[in-house]
Design a protein around this ligand. Structure first.
Ligand code: PEP
Ligand code: MG
Length: 270
């Protein structure tokens, strides 16, 4: 606890000198402590907010959860990822073999209710949409077509194939977020459960991230990394060195990542 307090106070000092790279919070439970130094919420794992249920949450319930999160980071971005179920993340009310956006598109009513809830939550803050396991420009266009508000829509790049299509996906997206947990598993051909640790020591993943950053920047889009990799201070520095524009990490990692970046970035100078 003492170490955490020390990190938070150093991070406050670093922030007051003006960090270049925003560091946001990954949220997967309702009672998560989002530190005040967080530059918003970079990933809401909505499927975890509503796990352990037999039926999908309704529009009003979802809207109030998303609005409450947006209020907690008042005015800063709150990036809500659409339900990411399937594969090794099964949800009884979202059945099927597909994963991420593919599964959602197969359940249009569930998708519609979630998008409507996000539309409503936007009245309370800067709520944005993130599309899990995006495969193509068409996935992003289909999600955007379901929104009534002008919420920014970002694509999550989590497979080698999506990384290969980065320019066409980025062109129709407002921002890009790299999910290194799944991306490492796809690039390295290993199980998701072991991919974060392995990827720390395997340069192949960084090469793919570089491709994603360059492709997104070529179309004028910013790139966030929101997988576990970004929460390791040394990796956070490397990612920023590759040109990554923002990081989103577990709440308890925010302070130490900010401290690590503060040591390399110094005052706002880019
Ligand atoms: C990821 O894959 O890196 C990610 C952030 O998403 P999740 O871990 O929820 O699949
Ligand atoms: Mg993922």
């Amino acid at each position: 606890v003492a170490q955490k307090r020390r990190d938070e106070s150093i991070a406050h000092a670093v922030c007051s000198t003006g960090l270049v790279t925003p560091v946001r919070a990954n949220v997967g439970t309702l009672n998560e402590h989002i530190p005040s130094i967080a530059d918003g919420v970079g990933l809401v794992r909505t499927e975890l907010l509503f796990s352990g249920r037999r039926s999908p949450p309704g529009e009003t319930e979802q809207a109030s959860v998303y609005a409450a999160l947006a209020n907690r980071v008042s005015g800063k971005p709150c990036i809500v990822r659409l339900f990411d179920a399937g594969g090794d993340k099964p949800l009884p009310w979202l059945p099927g073999d597909a994963r991420g956006v593919e599964l959602l598109l197969a359940h249009p009513r569930v998708l519609e209710v979630q998008l409507r809830a996000i539309d409503r939550a936007r009245e309370h803050g800067d709520v944005q949409v993130l599309v899990p396991m995006a495969r193509s420009a068409q996935d992003i266009a289909r999600v955007r077509a379901g929104l009534e508000s002008d919420a920014p829509v970002g694509a999550m790049i989590e497979t080698h194939e999506a990384a290969g299509a980065i320019e066409s996906i980025a062109r129709v997206s407002d921002f890009i977020s790299v999910g290194t947990n799944d991306l490492a598993s796809s690039v390295l051909g290993v199980d998701r459960a072991v991919s974060p640790e392995l990827s720390l020591h395997d340069g192949r993943l960084l090469v793919v991230i570089r491709t994603i950053v360059d492709g997104a920047h070529a179309t004028g889009r910013k790139v966030t990394v929101c997988g576990e990799l970004a929460g390791h201070p040394e990796m956070a520095r490397q990612l920023v060195g590759l040109g990554v524009d923002a990081l989103s990490v577990a709440c308890e990692r925010i302070a130490s990542v900010k401290v690590a970046l503060g040591e390399t970035e110094g005052p706002r100078n880019r």
